[in-house]
Design a protein around this ligand. Structure first.
Ligand code: NAD
Length: 227
């Protein structure tokens, strides 16, 4: 079975109603990322950060996978598929993808603010101040903030190095180290990029360009690959 490796970003969930942030002037739902998605923000104003992620979690729970998420799950009928996602939503899993690596964590889980390896499921959308982990520290969203290490990056790089077919869907490739994963995909591999505004970054020139929204472009490509 051929190995398909797919790197997804916020764009694949756009048509599920979850906003990307580089499409809206570097703001994420109206917030400057420095104020809500950094360890400094958590130190300075934990309630604001907690509330921000509670709102994101609420939106994620209300959202539904779109045709692009479902098409990637269907690809498993003929290929060994690994989805590496920068997204913190769980729409790939809900569409049926079995092998999903979350580079930046997943918002439906909480994590200890002392030990990032301690994570827990969250019941509902709200994580409250005062809810503690087993070490007695405040629980926060299980997401990787700007300035924090990305523990899964080595595993993701290794997966990229073993791809037979590679797809990049809905990412501006502005966030490192995720953007560097392209460099681990061998040169001879067939590569596709699907995005209505394909980013002009190094490595894109060797890809087949599908200049379309994910919910249109992904099912079309998957149909070709399943033929
Ligand atoms: P980004 O916002 O930087 O870039 C979004 C990309 O998606 C752009 O290239 C844009 O042209 C493209 N796009 C917009 N609409 C699209 C559509 N309908 N179909 C396909 N592509 C479309 O996103 P990024 O590169 O993923 O980096 C943002 C970071 O923000 C990530 O680390 C992620 O964790 C976080 N984030 C996650 C979510 C989510 O989980 N759904 C949402 C917003 C931000």
């Amino acid at each position: 079975m051929k190995n398909v490796v797919i790197l997804t970003g916020a764009g694949i969930s756009a048509e599920s109603g979850l906003k990307t942030f580089r499409d809206s002037d570097g703001l994420w739902e109206g917030y400057n990322i420095q104020d809500v998605a950094t360890p400094e923000a958590w130190e300075w104003n934990p309630t604001l950060v907690q509330d921000f992620y509670n709102m994101r979690r609420k939106s994620v729970l209300e959202a539904k996978p779109n045709a692009a998420h479902y098409a990637l799950a269907k690809l498993e009928e003929k290929y060994k598929v690994t989805v590496i996602t920068q997204n913190i939503d769980d729409l790939h899993e809900r569409a049926g993808s079995k092998n999903v690596l979350h580079l930046h964590g997943i918002i439906t889980r909480s994590q200890s603010s002392k030990n990032p390896n301690l994570t827990y499921p969250i019941d509902g959308w709200e994580l409250k101040m005062g809810e503690l982990c087993e070490l007695g520290s405040q629980l926060r969203a299980h997401v990787v903030w700007f300035g924090e290490p990305v523990p899964m990056i080595d595993k993701a790089a290794q997966i990229c190095s073993q791809a037979d077919i590679f797809m990049l869907i809905g990412s501006s490739l502005a966030v490192y180290p995720a953007a560097g994963l392209l460099n681990f995909v061998p040169a001879y591999v067939q590569k596709y990029v699907i995005d209505p505004k394909i980013p002009s970054v190094y490595g894109i020139e060797s890809m087949v360009r599908i200049e379309a929204k994910a919910a249109i472009g992904v099912p079309r490509l998957v149909e070709e690959l399943l033929k």
